[in-house]
Design a protein around this ligand. Structure first.
Ligand SMILES: Cc1cc2nc3c(=O)[nH]c(=O)nc-3n(C[C@H](O)[C@H](O)[C@H](O)COP(=O)(O)OP(=O)(O)OC[C@H]3O[C@@H](n4cnc5c(N)ncnc54)[C@H](O)[C@@H]3O)c2cc1C
Length: 457
């Protein structure tokens, strides 16, 4: 492409805005229009003011070892705003009490039975050790994480260790999530290793070797909130953002595309030379029905989990919970995790105890039907109990609901993604990217945005 062009991005989440930013760097003279159905930019990136601080109620940390997010923040000139955690020691709440999360696992999958004493029962540890005596593992096709691990390492590893970690990342369930999609490195090492423990060790060591910085911080955040990045991205990309402007139709023309946008009853037509769709899967399916019909069914096969996040400021007091607590379903608790933000992040330490907690898992969203006040009160009570707070009355609370918050990479996900990618690749000038495909984390979304820009250019 040489002459000035119009790129239309559907969706102003991190994927769409990172793509706009990258496009501007590479094509300074093009027009970039970002269509956003909602009334603000950022999608899942969102910050509020809590006890005098900017406080994230969407993503609150980015993996520093997947470099795309940290690099983007630096490219925006905000490198001096990056903050490393003061502590990353988290604990898991189990029916028999609270236990520090064992070190050296791959998303909860242990590389050996060492270090699991006390976290698992004696029988549970023996069950892990016994994998060595099982026949070599042969997998055909994708499988649920839970199915494989229950068979090879026993139920306790799943219920006590893997479920809380996968619950934290995907709000999903180990018994439904795809091994190949949620643990691709481990899955890739399975054939040669022949065992889960061996594959976990190999994938952990390979990760350490390729990074070469095993001692660097694993996570980072931004001093005034990850939720501040969307504004910076829009300003730097010079994109024209149109809020409250959903795209609901897309068709090809002789020279490019035509989108039907705005109110369905009185749509406006917008032409584009290239189009990048970053809306969540169900919305993307509707949009692609005419231009890439083969993408529709696999897109509809990617469901989402809904959740709510409650941000709380309590009077300053000591809590001994490290960076926070993971709370798996075996505890029967309402909340699924507690982040002690004022202990985790040095810039949030001060005259209040800042905590956030989330509720809602895939196929277990009934608690989200409660009213805001009722749900907030129940979460506050659960958190005060879990953290053993002396001063249990919060100074401030905020509830943020995330309907359709996180896509679920169910068994067969990689095949679904391949089918979607193939269908979209058949339409020159069209790309699709976002959390639904190859990673829900912010760095993975940015990587997917860059992949999409590459494909369009
Ligand atoms: C509560 C929560 C906590 C999280 N914590 C972390 C974390 O700590 N670290 C981390 O790395 N990740 C975290 N994630 C995951 C990560 O934030 C998301 O996966 C990521 O931000 C998704 O970005 P996206 O741009 O792909 O999608 P979205 O943010 O969903 O953006 C898509 C946008 O498209 C818009 N849209 C939809 N339909 C249309 C249409 N027809 N026309 C125009 N616009 C449309 C939507 O309104 C939305 O703004 C968290 C997610 C949630 C929900």
């Amino acid at each position: 492409m040489t002459s000035p062009r119009r790129l239309v991005v559907v969706g102003a989440g991190i994927t769409g805005l990172a793509a706009a930013f990258e496009w501007r760097r590479r094509r300074p003279d093009d027009e970039i229009v970002v269509l956003e159905a909602g009334d603000r930019i950022g999608g899942k990136l969102h910050r509020i003011e809590l006890a005098g601080h900017w406080y994230d109620t969407g993503p609150e940390a980015v993996l520093a070892r997947v470099p795309e997010a940290v690099r983007l923040i630096e490219d925006l000139g905000l490198g001096d705003r990056l903050v490393a955690p003061a502590t990353t020691q988290a604990s898991v709440v189990l029916p028999d009490g609270r236990h520090p999360l064992p070190a050296g696992t791959v998303l909860g999958v242990p590389a050996s039975a060492d270090g699991l004493d006390g976290f698992l029962s004696a029988d549970g540890v023996a069950r892990v050790r016994a994998e060595a005596a099982l026949p070599p593992l042969r997998l055909e096709g994708d499988v649920a994480v839970g199915t494989l691990l229950r068979e090879r390492l026993g139920d306790e590893v799943v219920d006590r260790l893997v479920e809380p970690l996968l619950g934290g990342v995907y709000a999903g369930r180990a018994d439904e999530l795809s091994l190949a999609a949620t643990m691709p490195a481990l899955a890739a090492h399975l054939p040669a290793a022949g065992s889960v423990l061996g594959a976990a060790a190999a994938s952990r060591d390979a990760g350490a070797r390729s990074r070469g910085d095993v001692d660097g911080p694993v996570f980072a955040t931004v001093r005034d909130g990850i939720g501040g990045l969307p504004e910076a991205l829009v300003a730097s990309s010079g994109a024209i953002v149109r809020l409250r402007t959903p795209a609901h139709g897309l068709r090809r023309t002789a020279t490019g595309f035509e989108l039907s946008i705005g109110p369905v009853a009185a749509p406006e037509l917008l032409t584009a030379d290239v189009v990048l769709v970053t809306a969540p899967a169900a919305k993307a399916a509707r949009l692609l029905a005419e231009v890439a019909p083969e993408a529709v069914e696999p897109l509809q096969g990617i469901p989402y989990a809904s959740m709510a996040v409650v941000a709380m400021a309590f009077p300053a007091q000591d809590v001994a919970a490290g960076s926070g607590l993971l709370v798996p379903p075996v505890t029967g608790r309402l909340v699924k995790g507690v982040t002690v933000s004022s202990a985790k992040w040095p810039h949030l330490a001060g005259d209040a105890l800042l905590v956030r907690s989330s509720v809602g898992r895939f196929r277990d969203e009934s608690q989200l039907q409660r009213s805001d006040d009722d749900l907030t009160a129940a979460v506050v009570a659960d958190v005060a109990d879990l953290l053993d707070l002396e001063r249990r009355q919060p100074l401030e609370t905020r509830l943020v609901r995330w309907g359709g918050g996180l896509p679920q990479y169910l068994v067969g996900h990689p095949a679904r993604v391949a089918a979607i990618r193939a269908a979209v690749a058949g339409v020159p000038g069209l790309a699709i990217a976002g959390a639904a495909f190859e990673g829900v984390g912010v760095p993975a979304c940015i990587r997917d945005a860059h992949r999409a820009v590459d494909s369009l250019l």
